[in-house]
Ligand binder design. Structure first.
Ligand SMILES: Nc1ncnc2c1ncn2[C@@H]1O[C@H](COP(=O)(O)OP(=O)(O)OP(=O)(O)O)[C@@H](O)[C@H]1O
Length: 252
């Protein structure tokens, strides 16, 4: 794809000797939401963790293939993984705020990057919390511990913290599966609000969530990418029989 921000080719990943991803290609256009769906164990989390080199932190994992982000090889030995993970930020299933105030959580990455001016930090913290659709709920308690918030609020603070360092790509690994329906809905709204500003890749078990919020959906099975299509097409007229069987509930 000519205007892709991220291209991945011949992606293979091994846990020890076991091949978990079997050599597929997947590209991402700049901006918009791509949902990754598929049965448990199909390789969705394994794949997105390969995109920002999270597997580097686990012994015994080997990744092969071409991963290019804005024309640069993600797996080049010279890649600065701290910088990479700023540009390709990640939000996990369990909200994971640090045991600091809400403000300090969102300012964390900025301070590490050397930003210390209060006015500048204030501005970015406010903007990020607004983007994550939680500003109104926390603006009067910014110096309270983030751990005092509800799970759904903590997850939106986690999103704000990730957005504060201006990533290009936001990876989300089942960000709503630990949340109640109202909180899940708020996260979905948040993602829809920022879809034009970021390239968003979300792993979800929830097919109705994928169909509500994403522009494209990729269906994974057994470590293979079976199909990637515009979301409406994938859910109404999929190209592959395996996709059809999955979305109609025949397995998974
Ligand atoms: N740390 C690990 N060590 C060994 N095998 C692993 C590890 N993590 C995942 N796997 C295996 O890799 C395959 C893909 O798992 P992965 O978690 O990526 O699937 P998934 O589609 O994200 O599943 P889920 O939807 O349940 O999170 C599975 O067979 C899984 O057992």
């Amino acid at each position: 794809m000519a205007d892709s921000i991220l291209t991945t080719e011949n992606v293979r990943l091994y846990y020890g000797d076991k091949e978990a991803l079997h050599g597929f290609d997947l590209d991402f256009p700049e901006k918009g939401i791509t949902a990754l769906i598929g049965p448990s164990g199909s390789g969705k989390s394994t794949y997105i963790r390969a995109i920002n080199r999270m597997h580097d932190l686990t012994e015994g994992v080997t990744v092969t293939g071409n991963f290019m982000f804005k024309g640069n090889n993600i797996y080049a030995p010279t890649t600065d993984t701290v910088e990479l993970r700023k540009q390709i930020g990640m939000v996990f299933q369990q909200p994971n705020p640090f045991p600091f105030s809400i403000y300090d959580n969102v300012a964390f990455g900025l301070r590490i990057a050397g930003k210390t001016k209060k006015v500048e930090l204030d501005e970015i913290v406010e903007k990020s919390l607004k983007q994550a659709a939680i500003w109104d709920e926390v603006k009067d308690v910014l110096h309270k511990s983030a751990l005092s918030l509800s799970g759904g609020q903590q997850q939106r603070v986690s999103i704000a913290r990730t957005l504060a360092v201006s990533p290009d790509i936001l990876l989300l690994d089942e960000p709503t599966s630990a949340l109640d329906p109202v909180s899940s809905h708020k996260i979905e709204e948040t993602l829809m609000n920022i879809r034009n500003d970021y390239t968003i890749i979300i792993v979800t078990h929830n097919m109705s969530q994928a169909s509500r919020i994403s522009d494209r959906t990729a269906f994974f099975m057994d470590g293979n990418l079976i199909e990637v299509s515009p979301t409406t097409q994938l859910f109404t007229d999929p190209k592959e029989k395996q996709t059809q069987d999955y979305i109609t509930g025949r397995f998974g």
